[in-house]
Design a binder for this molecule. Structure first.
Ligand code: ZN
Length: 99
């Protein structure tokens, strides 16, 4: 499987590290809502079809990517930088970065 890094171009899967499901929204770290944390940690959807995932180009430019991949065919329909798609803004705020 090839993933086309927006910065480096097409590269083999062995250069990437899976970083997790991009469909879930992490609760506020200060939240004590046990149901929200339980849902975030344990409840997963087993999608048959298009699935949004975070990958890191760990063997290349080390960029964090948002990838939309079919779980049925492994066809990739979208690759973009995760920072440009809003999902990492919450984590960046915790580190003191730009939101
Ligand atoms: Zn790259």
């Amino acid at each position: 499987m090839l993933i086309t890094c927006p910065y480096c171009g097409p590269r083999d899967l062995s250069e990437y590290t899976y970083q997790g499901d991009a469909n879930r929204t992490r609760p506020d770290p200060a939240s004590t809502d046990k149901d929200a944390w339980y849902s975030y940690v344990y409840e997963r959807v087993n999608t048959a079809g298009e699935h949004r995932e975070f990958w890191q180009h760990s063997g290349g430019c080390r960029s964090h990517l948002l990838v939309t991949r079919s779980t049925l065919t492994h066809a990739i329909s979208f690759v973009g930088f995760a920072r440009e798609h809003g999902e990492l803004k919450h984590q960046e705020r915790r580190k003191g970065g730009k939101a």
